[in-house]
Design a protein around this ligand. Sequence first.
Ligand code: C5P
Length: 239
Amino acid sequence: MSIAPADRIIVPLDVPSAEEAIALLDRVPEVNFWKVGLELFVSAGPAVLQELKTRDKKIFLDLKFHDIPNTMAGACRAASRYGVDFLTVHAPAAKTALAASQAAAEEGAAAAGVKAPMLLAVTVLTSISTRSLAFELKVPLEMLDYVQQMALMAQDSGIGGCVCSPLEIEGIRQVCDDLILVCPGVRPTWAAKGDQRRVKTPGDAIKAGANYLVIGRPITQAEDPAAAFGRICEEIAAV
Ligand code: C5P
């Protein structure tokens, strides 16, 4: 099923309080899909999800669970009851934990009578450098090999998608056809890169095979956020 360009853009609610989140929602009502991360969820709690539901928005709950299988399953079961669309887990929690998370997400959603979220595995945080992977984490693989292994393991565990850098899309697509790929690290040519270093434009990320893009500051900090969002939708629609 094809996804409308506007529904491929997920905007992070990167603010520390419910009041600021509501102000941002009011500022860009055109955005359909919002990401709630750890800071906002820890400070504002599930009420912020309710606010998004009331406004008929799609929700990416980005809590990046990483724990023993029983604990991850419990967290996924509980989070699924909110009726969110995407939910993140860390792939290095390994196969038993990922499979238990997937099963529990389905159970939790069914018990609450809502649609199960798609679980997204974070392969390797993009803040981890190749140097840190080798010398601190002692992973004896090249970064892309490791990312591919994590994506394959997630897919084999029944997980539906991955969060990855746009520069890893082609490598993941070589080994996993079916995963839904959600990419932060996206910058239109006309926006400041900020602290993002290894970026692709929205059009290039979609061309490379991304399904969804997480784009924050180029929209939220624009003088006219609605116009910035519209411009990105047009760029994606033209691919
Ligand atoms: O403002 P910007 O477009 O850089 O926001 C990107 C969003 O995606 C932020 O919420 C950031 O935390 C998140 N993210 C990221 N890189 C990752 C994972 C998540 O930028 N590897």
